[in-house]
Design a protein around this ligand. Sequence first.
Ligand code: ADP
Ligand code: MG
Length: 266
Amino acid sequence: MSPPTPEASRYQQLRGHLAYLKLADAAEALPAVLDTAKTEKLSTTATLERLLRIEVQATEARRVAGRLRFANLPTAATLDDFDYDAQPGVDPALIADLTSNRYLDTATNILLIGPPGVGKTMLAVGLARRAAEAGHRTYFTNAADLAARCHRAAIEGRWATTMRFYAGPACLIIDELGYLPLPGEAASALFQVVNQRYLKSSIIMTTNRGITSWGEVLGDTTVAAALLDRLLHRSVVIDINGDSYRLRDHNARSDTLRRAIRPTTS
Ligand code: ADP
Ligand code: MG
C-alpha cells in the first residue's frame, strides 16, 4: 500500500480538528464543500465561510429547538394560521407589530381578554413561538399550574428557587386566569410572580374575565388591584369580543347535519 499523500493526511488532520472541536455538521459537510470548492473554483475564504456557515446554521437550529422544548407550548399553533376575518376585533397590524418582539425590550405585558374559544391561547402560543424562535427565553404555563407549583414549592421549601424560575424567562405566558378560582395563597403567589417581573420582563396573560371581576377571581380586591396595577402599567390589552371559533365550527357542522337530515319536500 502506498503512503498517503500530504494532501490526504492534511485532510485527515482537518477532519480530526473538526471532530476535536465537536463541529460534527461541518465535518459531515466537509467532502461536499471541498468538492464544490473545486468545481466552482471558490476562494479559500469562500470555502471556509461555506463550511462554517453550515455549522452555524445547525447550531442555531439546535438552539431554537432547545428553546422551543423549554417553552412548553401546549399546541403547534402559529400566528400564520390565525384567521383574522373570523375575529374582526383582533387588529392584524397590532399582532404583526408584536411579532417584532420589541415589546420584550421594554418589558411590556400583553393581556388577552375574551370569552372561551376566541383564540386567546392561539395568539399567546403564536407570540410565544416567535419570541422563542428569535432567541428569547420563553415559558408557557397556566394560572392553575403556576398556583399548584408555587403551593408545592412552599411546602417543600423551594419557594425562592421557584420564584427565580418564574423570573427567568424574557417572556412568561400565563394562560387561563379566571377559569378556576384561585385560593388566597395562589393569588398571592401570582402577585409575587407578576411583581418580581414588573418593569423587568414581559408577561402574556390570557383571561376570560374582565378586569373588573378580578377581585372575585383572586378572592381579594386589594391583591387584584395591586396585580392589575403592575400588569397594566406598561401593557397592550387585546379585548376580543367576537364569537367562539370552536362553536363557529360546531354551528357549521350542526347546520350541515340539520340540512342532511331534513326530510326533502318535493
Ligand atoms: P381561547 O383560548 O380564547 O379559549 P383558543 O385559542 O383555544 O381559544 O381557540 C380555540 C380553537 O379555535 C383552537 O383550536 C384555535 O386554534 C381555534 N381558533 C380560535 N380562533 C381562531 C382564529 N381566529 N383563526 C383560526 N383558528 C382559531
Ligand atoms: Mg385558552
